[in-house]
Design a protein around this ligand. Sequence first.
Ligand SMILES: NC(=O)c1ccc[n+]([C@@H]2O[C@H](COP(=O)([O-])OP(=O)(O)OC[C@H]3O[C@@H](n4cnc5c(N)ncnc54)[C@H](O)[C@@H]3O)[C@@H](O)[C@H]2O)c1
Length: 261
Amino acid sequence: MKLSGKTALVTGGAQGLGRAAAVAMAREGAALVVADLLGELAEQTAEELRADGAEALAVVADVGNPESVSKAFANTQKKFGRLDILVNNAGIAPNRLLMEQSLDEWEKVLRTNLTGTFLCTKAAVPMMEEVGGGAIINIASISGQRGATGRSAYGVSKAGIIQLTKIMAVEFADKNIRVNAIAPGPIQTAITDHSSGTVENYLSRIPMRSYGTPEAIGAAALFLASDDASYTTGHVLNVDGGFEAAGLMFPKEDLAAPAGT
Ligand SMILES: NC(=O)c1ccc[n+]([C@@H]2O[C@H](COP(=O)([O-])OP(=O)(O)OC[C@H]3O[C@@H](n4cnc5c(N)ncnc54)[C@H](O)[C@@H]3O)[C@@H](O)[C@H]2O)c1
């Protein structure tokens, strides 16, 4: 078991990618704190983890609210007495053209996605220092790396998370706290509201020609949380079927014939 004796807190862990990260880490022996705005769903996920043999606590938390964040980490300390792993995953993703985006919506996206990562990290680091180190995994996005329509606030929040990951990796290296990001490509969850046109558009740009799965993100989070990644920090791991790597993909019939034919 790669994480036995460790405690992990996953924000937005009630469903989707956060839930998959929680499941993957619980199966490797970690005790889990499922922190989410949606208390009932968080409790249901914690119950499923317990049924699978893990220790798990659900806490209602708003990552953009400093008091709520303090309470969630205090409850973690009270229940498990330690924190080793933080997954900054909670996020919202309204798709809107910049000229149609209100200041309120812009601020809400940045507050949840980026400020939430900042606040939870500040609460986690002293707890990790107490146990001699830890691992922080920030869930970014391909939208933090590539331009797109309707991704102004969201893309900026994710680009900010990528830069924050690098800065935190540098600042916390002497505390033995590793900080990495995962940049997922498209994955069907509650946050994805993709029309058939969007799906087709994505598939034409993803070399692997498919959407990802929450389990692929869970596996990446487990790797970054475990000692398998003991010398990995400040890294952005794209889990995107090759989307970020790809530019123009020539149809094979447009390519020159092999030399000599
Ligand atoms: N699904 C994708 O295609 C995709 C792609 C790239 C990145 N991501 C990122 O992955 C993360 C998880 O997304 P998902 O697809 O699992 O979405 P999801 O909607 O299924 O899950 C997100 C969870 O975060 C919670 N949450 C939202 N605001 C919160 C807050 N203020 N405080 C605490 N919890 C809050 C929600 O209640 C929800 O349970 C997000 O950061 C998202 O931007 C998702």
